[in-house]
Design a binder for this molecule. Structure first.
Ligand code: ATP
Length: 454
């Protein structure tokens, strides 16, 4: 059956089954913020663990880090974010609503608007007589800094100003020296960090795609300048490898080479990995060659040398950087979109999530066939206890008829369900049902944990 995956279906499933809720819903919601419910947290934790295992624990050249969200404002001055982390903004002269000017131009058929200056955009709006979505005249385009400003401490004043970090990368650059001084890594080496980042996006939208509070998973991989092309190609494959590992097939990811005008101020080459979301093909993650821009800037602003000394040649140089940068929420949305399926089973339409067993919130569900038969409930309880220890991520469900219980687990992507029935009491075998095919097989309880782990 051909499934049309719409945002309505994904958003409704996320809410209905407890993956994702609107932020501050009780008070009418807050744009760009979403809360993760019990299943969403587990999905996210499983993705995070897999990422960390893949890029930190299974390698010997990448170090982990968890730096503070708030840093001295000098960090953001040095990195160029105070001056340059801006989006072009335009205002509807009647409603006073604000829009991102480049998006508005592109919606009106102007190509490569993100490479234009604010003045060029203003000019273009006038020449093409572009109006707001409500049909009203628009203001001139100006720039808007996306960083959330705050004050640290009670004194206030300019000195206390700080920003919620708009990327996790800078925490890595300001700790680069600590890592080389403590660990003496051989180059190339990397530092990885997972954590919250904040951007005061002009128009957050598309569910968890464009947020104001998000989570990033970033690696800064330090290399010798002459190795940048080779390293870039290497990371291109590693990124694709991770997408396959997490269950997104390679043919659903599109690589988009970003032209010079569209690249961030620090980048000499960028590839966006795009995914076909229900609202269009959009950036899922990025891979950038940040050159030595950041370390050089921090050296200039802090006065501390960022040079690395080659262990063999004793050459001193500032390393260059390749940065694979993943956004957790865009990944969650891509995973949900690519896993969403509908088919017909037992004469009914069912929807299910074909999640990879490594990341599904629940690995296996255990049911007693009937909830009012104490001997079945007790036996199923024993099976649940064993699987909890030996397999993990187990759910127990005794509510409703067995078909309904299967559907509930299908919808949240549980790969296997185990049913304890009257035969189990006689011969210690259970029915194991596989999610995608609905096929059932009889398995002995002795073999069950190892079969599931496999
Ligand atoms: P966009 O062009 O869509 O604004 P970007 O190119 O500014 O994104 P980067 O600065 O490269 O994004 O950030 C790295 C990753 O962080 C992105 O690939 C994306 O996965 C994620 N990300 C960035 N901004 C947001 C956001 N507002 N909401 C959710 N995820 C985001």
């Amino acid at each position: 059956m051909d499934t049309e995956v719409t945002m309505e279906k994904i958003v409704s499933l996320c809410k209905r089954r407890g993956f994702i809720f609107p932020g501050s819903e009780l008070y009418g919601g807050i744009a760009g913020m979403w809360d993760y419910g019990p299943l969403g947290v587990d999905l996210k934790n499983n993705i995070r663990d897999l990422w960390w295992r893949t890029f930190v624990h299974e390698r010997d050249d990448i170090y982990g880090l968890d730096s503070a969200i708030l840093m001295r404002k000098n960090v953001w001055e040095a990195s160029g974010h105070v001056g340059g982390f801006v989006d072009p903004i335009v205002e509807d002269m009647v409603t006073k609503k604000r829009y991102r000017a480049d998006s508005l131009l592109e919606d009106n058929g102007v190509e490569n608007a993100d490479g234009m200056s604010a003045d060029e955009m203003t000019e273009c709006i006038k020449k093409k007589e572009i109006k707001s979505p409500e049909g009203n005249p628009l203001s001139d385009v100006r720039t808007f800094n996306l960083m959330f400003k705050t004050n640290v401490g009670a004194t206030g004043g300019e000195d206390s100003v700080s920003y919620l970090r708009p990327e996790t990368a800078q925490g890595i650059f300001v700790n680069y020296k600590n890592i080389i001084d403590v660990f003496y890594p051989s180059i190339p080496f990397g530092v990885a960090q997972i954590g919250k980042a904040f951007r005061n996006e002009i128009s957050p939208r598309d569910f968890i795609f464009r947020l104001r509070e998000m989570e990033q998973m970033e690696i800064e991989y330090f290399i010798k300048e002459r190795e940048w092309e080779e390293s870039f190609e290497y990371w291109r494959k590693e990124v694709m490898g991770f997408y396959e590992k997490v269950g997104i097939p390679a043919h659903l990811i599109y690589e988009h080479e970003i032209p010079k005008e569209g690249r961030a101020h620090y980048s000499k080459r960028t590839i966006d990995f795009e995914f076909k979301y229900p609202f269009g093909q959009k950036e899922l993650s990025g891979l950038a060659y940040r050159t030595d821009y950041d370390l050089r800037k921090h050296q200039e602003h802090s006065g501390v040398s960022m040079e690395y000394t080659d262990k063999n040649t004793r050459d001193k140089f500032i390393p260059h950087v390749i940065e694979p940068s993943f956004g957790m929420e865009r990944l969650v949305l891509a995973i949900l979109t690519s896993a969403y399926r509908e088919d017909e089973m037992d004469g009914e339409i069912r929807s299910y999530l074909a999640l990879d067993t490594k990341i599904s919130p629940v690995r296996v569900a255990v049911f007693p066939l009937l909830k009012n038969k104490p001997e079945l409930v007790k036996k199923a309880g024993n099976v649940f206890s064993v699987l909890k220890k030996e397999v993990g991520r187990v759910r127990f469900d005794a509510h409703g008829n067995i078909g309904k219980r299967y559907r509930r687990q299908d919808e949240i992507g549980t790969p296997h369900c185990v049913t304890v029935d009257f035969d189990t009491l006689e011969d210690d075998t259970v029915t194991v049902r596989e999610r995608d095919s609905g096929e059932q097989q009889r398995v002995s309880l002795n073999e069950l944990p190892s079969l599931l782990v496999k």
